[in-house]
Design a protein around this ligand. Structure first.
Ligand SMILES: CC1(C)Nc2nc(N)[nH]c(=O)c2N=C1O
Length: 160
């Protein structure tokens, strides 16, 4: 089995509930109750797009699925939750992005791991540090070296 990390994001139709439902679905996907989830964070949309604020989190778990089978399982959960994405970078009910698959580097037409934008995204790095503070990325960069004080200021930890 491999340790994987998945980013959760939602900004339509009650985002906190969307993440709760996704966490329930990921719990059954994870092997031997291995699921661990960060706090939920609110943040303004990154990417200069005008849309509602996001709620983000990161989940970690063990899986024996192949990267593509895991991707299919994540996309199935998105569809189950009525995934509506009208335009690229548009608002969405639920995003599940595979961030890391063990220490593997994967470049397939459907899948790039580590996730291409994760090193610049406070809404990924901060929740990831909640659950894996000592993580080192496949390119040997430590997670803590990627996190700046300004990144923390960009996020509001949502009180459960
Ligand atoms: C539109 C874009 C880039 N911006 C985001 N911005 C935030 N804060 N959170 C996201 O999950 C997110 N996802 C995206 O895809």
């Amino acid at each position: 089995a491999v340790q994987v990390y998945v980013a959760l994001g939602a900004n339509l139709a009650n985002p906190t509930q969307q993440l709760d439902d996704a966490v329930n679905a990921l719990t059954s996907l994870a092997e031997n109750s291995s699921l661990i989830v960060s706090s939920y964070y609110g943040s303004a949309p990154m990417g200069d797009v005008v849309q509602p604020d996001y709620v983000n989190a990161v989940a970690g778990f063990m899986t024996s699925l192949s990267p593509i089978d895991l991707l299919d399982a994540l996309q199935h959960i998105e569809q189950q939750q009525g995934r509506v994405r009208l335009q690229h970078w548009g608002p969405r009910t639920l995003d599940l992005d595979l961030l890391l698959y063990g220490q593997q580097q994967i470049s397939l037409p459907r899948l790039t791991v580590p996730h291409y934008g994760m090193k610049q995204r406070s809404f990924v790095l901060i929740p990831l540090a909640d659950i894996a503070p000592t993580l080192t990325l496949p390119c040997n960069t430590s997670l803590e070296s990627l996190i700046s004080v300004t990144m923390r200021d960009e996020l509001q930890k949502l009180i459960e």
